[in-house]
Design a protein around this ligand. Structure first.
Ligand code: HEM
Length: 130
């Protein structure tokens, strides 16, 4: 006789306290992937000011880089990009069957390495911002 269990939707965010490391890795990878796509459009919009003339482009860049919020968002962008790359490479190894027994550890390593790189980048991104 077969039994069935109704466990509800594990993807339900109301159940985030039950999420495993792998679930958080999935959530962060999706989030960072789509943030990068969103940034790509913003990036193209800013670059396209060069089609007006060189002065418009330079003034746009200077105005944006003069805003503290933009400098802080740049640190966030680095965090998102570095995590996506490190976790993405980790996923490719997982797909190849490499390190299957240490998936949680490699996810934590991606997080720690991302944190270290982001902290190290702060002086560069915020140089002259205050
Ligand atoms: C070295 C750079 C990158 C690596 C190694 C990488 C790796 C990956 C991998 C392995 C996946 C599939 C994850 C899975 O199995 O579910 C993925 C998904 C994705 N990536 Fe990347 N990626 C990189 C750069 C980028 C960039 C630059 C963007 C955006 C411009 C991007 C956007 C996305 C999106 C939107 C997804 C799908 C997320 C979803 O599941 O909905 N990735 N990436």
């Amino acid at each position: 006789m077969s039994q069935s269990y109704d466990r509800g939707l594990i993807e339900d965010f109301g159940r985030w306290t039950e999420f495993s490391a792998g679930m958080w890795a999935w959530v962060f990878h999706k989030f960072t992937g789509w943030v990068l796509i969103g940034y790509l459009f913003t990036h193209i919009a800013v670059l396209s000011t060069a089609t007006v003339d060189a002065t418009t482009y330079t003034q746009t860049i200077q105005a944006l880089e003069g805003l503290l919020v933009v400098r802080i968002l740049e640190v966030g962008l680095l965090a998102v990009a570095v995590f996506h790359i490190l976790n993405g490479v980790r996923l490719l190894f997982v797909d190849l069957g490499v390190g299957l027994e240490s998936q949680d550890k490699s996810f934590y390593a991606s997080l720690v390495l991302t944190g270290a790189i982001v902290v190290a980048s702060v002086p560069t991104f915020l140089a002259g911002a205050f």
